[in-house]
Design a protein around this ligand. Structure first.
Ligand SMILES: Cc1cc2nc3c(=O)[nH]c(=O)nc-3n(C[C@H](O)[C@H](O)[C@H](O)COP(=O)(O)O)c2cc1C
Length: 338
């Protein structure tokens, strides 16, 4: 059976709008970025980070914190008022600010605390009819995957999401998929294992699935520059999107961001445009103009100029411009990739 295709959590990127886009393009499951339990307790749930729509479900909501009591209180509130499809604990984030506060990957150095948090989360999730997962790394300074996994299994965690690098490695080197295979063999039928790390293409997806037997394959950075990677996996073929198609995806992303104000939407577009346009001719020249746009309207006007310039330079007709059939996609047209 093909593993689940999952959008990995990425702080700053995987908000509601991008999760909706990923689902629409074929992801089976989405994941929020790490959300501070402390922030929830202090500020409540009225924050764009906690905006969840039905269109992005199933979605797992990821919490981070250093205090078991805070995590559990925040989890209870989230379950009652947002009702995500699953709860997740971050035990892998190596960012200095997070680790210094005693959360994220710092939990890998304090297994009794990790156990307490995971166990509490499992119980809360269960009482709301959902499952808890923990997303973690191989260890902080050295690989202690077996000890960590044993701790999580003992706490009753049924979904283990492993990014097989050490916290101190950040993103350097290669993700060690063989350790995901080891984990899968270790847990047997007691839990499901999701792999996260270095899956960048359709081919990687199949190789990761075959080499590890993972129940889910998470896609992070590759989804930022090729959100259609989910479609590629579902369709079983590689797609090359032309400029107009990529602009349509940015328009679609914008349409999904109706919970944000105009300034936040413009900021989001400026964040994603350089990624979605990666490899497009004329990108480097256009980007400074795009990033200087002062309104969403101005942003899209400038963006469309990129496509028009490109068309006139290459003298391509819309039919030739891309392998996807259908009319040009400007003006809110939607790509039907699946
Ligand atoms: C910008 C960025 C932000 C991330 N934020 C989170 C996060 O909030 N929670 C988390 O568990 N992992 C986070 N990650 C890690 C990813 O989920 C994933 O495990 C990692 O990027 C490896 O997968 P990839 O090679 O597919 O990107 C982040 C990664 C990136 C690049």
């Amino acid at each position: 059976m093909q593993p689940l295709v999952i959008l990995a959590p990425m702080s700053g990127f995987t908000g509601s709008a991008f999760r909706r886009l990923a689902r629409r393009l074929g992801a089976d499951l989405t994941w929020t970025e790490l959300i501070s339990a402390q922030m929830i307790l202090v500020k409540g749930l009225d924050d764009p980070l906690l905006h969840v729509t039905d269109a992005e479900r199933p979605v797992r909501l990821q919490l981070h914190g250093s205090e078991p009591r805070a995590i559990l209180e925040a989890a209870e509130r989230v379950c009652r008022e947002i009702a995500p499809d699953g709860l997740d604990l971050n035990a892998g984030c190596p960012a200095r600010k997070v680790v210094r506060s005693g959360s994220g990957a710092a939990l890998l150095t304090d297994l009794p605390r990790l156990f307490e948090m995971a166990k509490g989360l499992v119980e809360i999730a269960r009482s709301h009819g959902m499952e808890a997962s923990v997303k973690f790394r191989l260890g902080f300074e050295r690989d202690e995957m077996e000890r960590i996994a044993e701790t999580l299994l003992r706490a009753g965690v049924k979904i283990l999401a492993l990014h097989p690098r050490l916290a101190r490695e950040g993103f350097s080197g290669r993700a060690r998929w063989s350790r995901v295979r080891d984990l899968k063999q270790m847990v047997g039928k007691d839990a499901r294992v999701y792999l996260s790390g270095d899956v960048k293409s359709l081919e990687d997806f199949h190789r990761a699935a075959a080499e590890t037997g993972a129940d889910g394959v998470m896609i992070g950075r590759a989804a930022l520059t090729r959100p259609w990677i989910f479609t590629e996996i579902k369709a079983g073929k590689t797609l090359e999107l032309k400029t107009a198609d990529r602009i349509a995806l940015l328009e679609e992303l914008h349409a999904y961001a109706d919970h944000l104000d105009a300034e936040q939407r413009l900021k989001m577009l400026k964040l994603f445009a350089p990624k979605f346009l990666k490899g497009v001719p004329g990108r480097r020249k256009l980007l400074p103009h795009l990033l200087a746009a002062e309104s969403v309207e101005e942003f899209f006007t400038r963006l469309r100029m990129l496509d028009e310039t490109h068309r006139s330079q290459t003298d391509q007709s819309p039919e030739e411009d891309g392998q996807l059939s259908g009319p040009p996609h400007h003006g809110g047209g939607r790509l039907h990739l699946l």
